[in-house]
Design a protein around this ligand. Structure first.
Ligand code: SAH
Length: 242
């Protein structure tokens, strides 16, 4: 049987026995899943290590386990994708975070674009969705959701880093024509809101490209995808290139 997996703060794991003072975890383990002493589970430190553990005791507020084995999670992709998702409707952005976590995106940068209609989302809820998706899909890390940033700022900051930047835009050139470095280690993917990127935003990207920034404006094909679909599709394509 597949063991249940739980991200926990790494400081709670040290030595053979661990006491985890986390009421949410205790509730999940004791009341929701009804695990009992002797049951096995996997704890994740969020840095890529997994601990196979035996449940010793669970109360309303704490979980006690015996750590049996520590192993490295080898399911994290080598390619680190940062998804710069323009703000879209709340349940849609949660869906993006959830599905992209399953696929293997490393972290999420919510972006305020000119045509974003929604200006915020429930961060705590989104983090919970990401955590559960990361546990379910057997990730070694829990993708982080960063602060909301305005498009121009995010793009300029990205352009100053090493990572390659892909701006998804239906009128861009084909993704297949982009020349990737031989060893592609980091990509920042920008996805527009429901109404797409504005002309000013695309002009800014062109300006940065002229000045040598590693940005490509790319299309995923002739069909227009929903704002919540595009990042997922691009991530899946990139993570499955050889
Ligand atoms: N009418 C808008 C469509 C926006 S779709 C426009 O023409 O821009 C919402 C977002 O999804 C876009 O901003 C883009 O980032 C992404 N997207 C959707 N379909 C795409 C495609 N075929 N190629 C590249 N990006 C796409």
């Amino acid at each position: 049987m597949k063991l249940h997996r739980f991200f926990i703060p790494p400081q709670f794991i040290s030595g053979r026995y661990a006491r985890i003072p986390d009421p949410d975890l205790a509730k999940q383990i004791g009341r929701v899943l009804r695990l009992s002493p002797g049951d096995m589970l996997i704890l994740l430190d969020g840095d890529g290590f997994e601990y196979t553990a035996r449940l010793e005791k669970v109360s309303a507020r704490e979980v006690h386990v015996e750590i049996m084995k520590r192993q490295w999670n080898d399911k994290e992709p080598e390619l680190k994708i940062a998804l710069y998702q323009s703000l879209i409707k709340k349940d849609k952005i949660e869906w993006v975070f959830e599905k992209c976590t399953e696929v293997g995106v490393t972290n999420f940068h919510p972006v305020l674009s000119e045509r974003s209609e929604k200006l915020r989302f429930n961060v705590l809820r989104a983090e919970k969705v990401v955590k559960e998706a990361a546990e379910q899909s057997e990730r070694g890390i829990k993708p982080e959701i960063l602060e909301i940033e305005e498009f121009g700022r995010a793009l300029r900051r990205g352009a100053a880093s090493e990572a390659m930047i892909l701006i998804l835009h239906p009128e861009g050139s084909s993704l297949e024509r982009v020349t990737f470095p031989k060893k592609l280690l980091a990509v920042n993917i920008f996805v527009g809101p429901e109404g797409g990127f504005s002309d000013a935003e695309i002009d800014l990207a062109r300006e940065l490209i002229k000045n040598g920034a590693p940005i490509s404006i790319v299309s995923l094909g002739p069909r227009i995808l929903r704002a919540e679909t595009a990042g997922l599709v691009a991530s899946a394509i990139l993570l499955n290139r050889n």
